[in-house]
Design a protein around this ligand. Structure first.
Ligand code: GLY
Length: 340
């Protein structure tokens, strides 16, 4: 399934469940001074969750352009980290809560996308018996659901004000046999990745670390679009898990890599860096860095953010420099980035 079809499938699935399809917001978060770039699908709905602004609808779905730099040192070194990505999301503003959020997610992932159930592992927040029981009622055996603390399963703004709450995540085992029995969940392994985060928003976090219950409870989910595409496309529709699954082996990146191969005369071979990197590993890392960063730069500039000397513009300039620096590995000594 091509990425355009996956995106469309998601948005239209949630439309059939009464959600209003919303355009992606721009990457400049004019509505939220606490962040430099739009980091998640929920941000355009923040003021609605806080009850400050009213929407004409209570159910929404979107594919949001996101930019995050927290993992930038990993971008290029792994098969699944990015600075720019799309987040597929569904949102309930004061209407449905855990039961529907979990039910819809399971229906979409197992019936619409047909991800293999026996490779899916669920996490819930330590004391969230409600979410745990809902997954059980859906038919998940207890051993497939594990409980985690704040770091993994309580979503919210770090050190800042904003809506937050316990979350439940779906992880997929990507090993050839799919037999790791959940041991790689939350282990920073490219062989078992989180694909969807369901957040049950019920508090507002204060900058001093305290929480106040919100007047209403909301749902905010975020599915990693490039990750799901990778799982589907690298496995030939789940029939073959023998090759490593990589976000970079999808139709999101293949046109960029084809052009980069043409410009550099080097071939992308999808290797990941090991200790004492080989030449091919360095080449492949450079392809991934440049492939990720050209998207970040293109979408940011299209949304009105230019590389510059201050604030978000400076962040962008640093991303641009990082891409160009990795271009040296591919033998570029003249400007090449603009050609992509
Ligand atoms: N807001 C959900 C997420 O970023 O995972």
């Amino acid at each position: 399934m091509k990425t355009d079809e996956i995106r469309e499938k998601y948005l239209s699935f949630y439309e059939t469940k009464g959600h209003t399809r919303c355009e992606s917001d721009v990457l400049v978060p004019t509505w939220d001074p606490s962040v430099l770039f739009t980091p998640a699908g929920m941000n355009p709905f923040k003021d609605h969750f806080l009850g400050k602004v009213k929407l004409d609808f209570t159910r929404a779905t979107s594919s949001q352009k996101c930019l995050r730099t927290g993992d930038i040192d990993n971008v290029g070194r792994t098969s699944y980290h990015h600075t720019f990505f799309e987040m597929l999301g569904n949102f309930s503003v004061g209407e449905y809560f855990k039961e529907e959020a979990i039910g819809y997610a399971w229906e979409f992932i197992t019936e619409s996308l047909k991800l293999p159930k026996d490779r899916l592992w669920i996490t819930v927040y330590l004391e969230d018996d409600e979410a745990f029981d809902m997954w059980r009622r859906i038919g998940l055996p207890e051993e497939r659901i594990s409980r985690w603390g704040e770091k993994e399963n309580f979503w919210g703004p770090v050190g800042a004000e904003g809506p937050c709450g316990p979350c439940s995540e779906l992880h997929i085992d990507l090993t050839p046999e799919g037999d790791t029995k959940g041991s790689l969940v939350n282990a920073d392994s490219g062989q078992c990745i989180e694909i969807w985060n369901l957040v049950f928003i019920q508090y507002n976090a204060n900058p001093d670390g305290t929480f106040v219950p919100l007047a209403a409870r909301h749902v905010d989910t975020g599915m990693g679009f490039e990750r799901v595409a990778a799982v589907m496309q690298s496995t030939n529709g789940f029939s073959d898990f023998s090759r490593p699954v990589s976000n970079y082996d999808t139709d999101v990146f293949s046109p960029i890599f084809a052009e980069l191969e043409k410009l550099s005369g080097k071939k992308y071979a999808a290797t990941l860096p090991g200790p004492g990197q080989t030449g091919q590993e360095k080449t492949d890392t450079a392809f991934r860095v440049i492939g990720d960063h050209i998207r970040t730069l293109s979408f940011s500039i299209a949304d009105g953010i230019q590389p510059g000397n201050t604030d978000r513009n400076y962040v962008l300039r640093r991303i641009l420099r990082r891409a160009v620096r990795y271009g040296r590995t591919l033998g570029f000594h003249e400007p090449f980035f603009f050609k992509l």
